[in-house]
Design a protein around this ligand. Structure first.
Ligand code: SF4
Length: 492
């Protein structure tokens, strides 16, 4: 499958809109997660209070991130873990490769990790001659298919049962079946053998506790438990923003994350790992390595608006709630982080000039902000990034056509604002609009504007390509009030 890029979101989204199979698969989002989330949050007494608490913990941590990171390092090292610092994805991959090579391993089992996806770890491992084996069912399916995840929590949400059955026939060599039980049992049989062979396990981290040096990883399939306890060496990749101050803070996030992400009161497994095993007979790895990765996060930390992006706990609720994601799916975003949070994180991670369309991949309806368990104001972030593009601070050279277009747009809105804030100019504008719209209004609304009109007025063409625009009313409220027709209507 050809990997799409964030630079061509517009094109990718149009292609996704024409894909009926994708729409069928995405229907599972609304059916499975949106309703379940509502029921799950109803089981908490003070959901809003919990969200406030979570946001406050994240804010406190991000404001003193240096101190909490140092405390985390000290506690984790005291418990026997080794800490490695990575400035960017390249460094993080190299650290992991070196550690795997030190263990003489040719294969590693991997638990689902968005940080690993972010740095394209599988590609780097393969280039170094190491075979990565994904062990989360969804991740394994997309690894077999040669694709990337399309959702933070449900990586293969874009695949129908039929498509998954075809992948199993082609790559695993079983008879075609869409019986989920048969497919999962086959996966289990194959992956159990790989677990037994593996010397090294790689995972991500949901939270790292500064107070104790503990890392928490949440899951439902038990594969993370096996990845982190059967192997001799466990390597955990952790974004620097994952640290939280106290063990007791986990209580807040454990109530919020599963309910927001999958609509569960609690995930089936919560692996709390504090350093290495203490006795030879204990379960668990002999070596625990934690790779603390920056990869653009310090940049986000430097501005009060962008800083809130780092509060994200990767629950995926904003994706499930987003009308744009629901229509185009995750691959259209051309990034491992899709949906509303992807639209704000990706430009900050890879550089806004490479993902300029993403901040515009939103109707600003606010559904993402409403469901976010840590109250991230994603619309504010989107507007902040749009402003950076419009101001030209992210637009490259002054000759950049994008920058010129944004300049024209900004000028048009300034003129519109001026005209609409004066009584005389507003009245004149409405009269002119009423006159001109006669050319395009049909049955009281402006339908699809095409041909010469769309060329002369590109914004009108773009707006009406997918929806009707309301026509200006024949008479305004003020006019009706003045001539008494409102009072007349009220007395009737
Ligand atoms: S932005 Fe909020 S809703 Fe979206 S994934 Fe992050 S924590 Fe979840």
């Amino acid at each position: 499958m050809q990997q799409l890029t964030a630079e061509t979101f517009d094109q990718n989204a149009r292609a996704a809109l024409r894909d009926p199979v994708l729409h069928g698969a995405l229907r599972n989002l609304a059916d499975n997660f949106v309703g379940r989330r509502k029921n799950a949050i109803a089981s908490v007494d003070d959901w809003e209070g919990l969200r406030e608490k979570a946001r406050a913990i994240k804010e406190e941590t991000l404001l003193h991130l240096d101190e909490y990171l140092l405390k985390f390092v000290e506690s984790a090292e005291n418990a026997g873990a080794k800490i490695h610092w990575a400035r960017d994805g390249k460094e993080a991959c190299q650290i992991v490769i070196d550690l795997v090579k030190q263990s003489d391993a040719k294969m590693v089992v991997k638990a689902k990790s968005m940080a690993g996806e972010e740095i394209h770890l599988n590609e780097a491992l393969e280039k170094a001659g190491i075979e990565p084996v994904e062990t989360d069912l969804g991740e394994w399916i997309i690894q077999l298919a040669g694709e990337t995840p399309s959702h933070i929590v449900v990586p293969a949400i874009h695949k129908t049962k039929e498509q998954i059955a075809d992948i199993f026939v082609e790559k695993v060599g079983i008879e075609k079946t869409d019986n989920v039980d048969v497919l999962t049992k086959t996966t289990r049989r194959i992956l159990r053998e790989r677990f037994a062979e593996a010397e090294v396990g790689i995972s991500g981290v949901n939270f790292g506790v500064a107070e104790t040096g503990t890392i928490l990883i949440l899951e439902n399939e038990g594969n993370i438990r096996l990845t982190t306890s059967l192997t001799k060496t466990h390597i955990a990749i952790m974004g620097i923003e994952k640290v939280i101050p106290k063990f007791a803070d986990l209580d807040v996030f454990l109530k919020l994350l599963p309910r927001s992400g999958t609509g569960q009161r609690l995930t089936a497994y919560q692996s709390l790992i504090t350093g290495t095993k203490k006795n030879a007979d204990d379960a668990g790895p002999e070596e625990v390595h934690i790779v603390l990765m920056d990869n653009g996060r310090s940049r986000m930390l430097s501005h009060p608006v962008t800083r809130q992006s780092l509060a994200c706990i990767r629950c995926g609720a904003c994706l499930n709630a987003c009308p744009v994601y629901q229509q185009v799916g995750g691959h259209a975003y051309g990034s491992v982080y899709p949906g509303p949070i992807g639209a704000v994180i990706t430009p900050q991670l890879i550089g806004i000039s490479k993902a300029k369309q993403l901040p515009y991949a939103s109707s600003l309806c606010g559904a993402c902000k409403e469901v976010c368990p840590v109250k991230i104001d994603i619309p504010e972030l989107l507007l902040h990034l749009r402003a950076e593009i419009t101001d030209g601070t992210a637009g490259g050279s002054p000759d950049n056509p994008e920058r010129k277009r944004r300049f024209a747009e900004s000028l048009a809105f300034k003129m519109y604002g001026k005209a609409w804030s004066g009584q005389f100019s507003y009245g004149l504008g409405i009269k002119a609009a009423r006159l001109m719209q006669k050319l395009i209004v049909r049955d009281g609304k402006i339908g699809k504007a095409s041909g010469l009109i769309a060329k002369l007025l590109p914004p009108l063409g773009a707006w009406t390509a997918w929806r009707d625009a309301p026509a200006v009313a024949p008479r305004s409220f003020r006019e009706m009030w003045k001539d008494g027709s409102i009072a007349e209507a009220r007395t009737k």
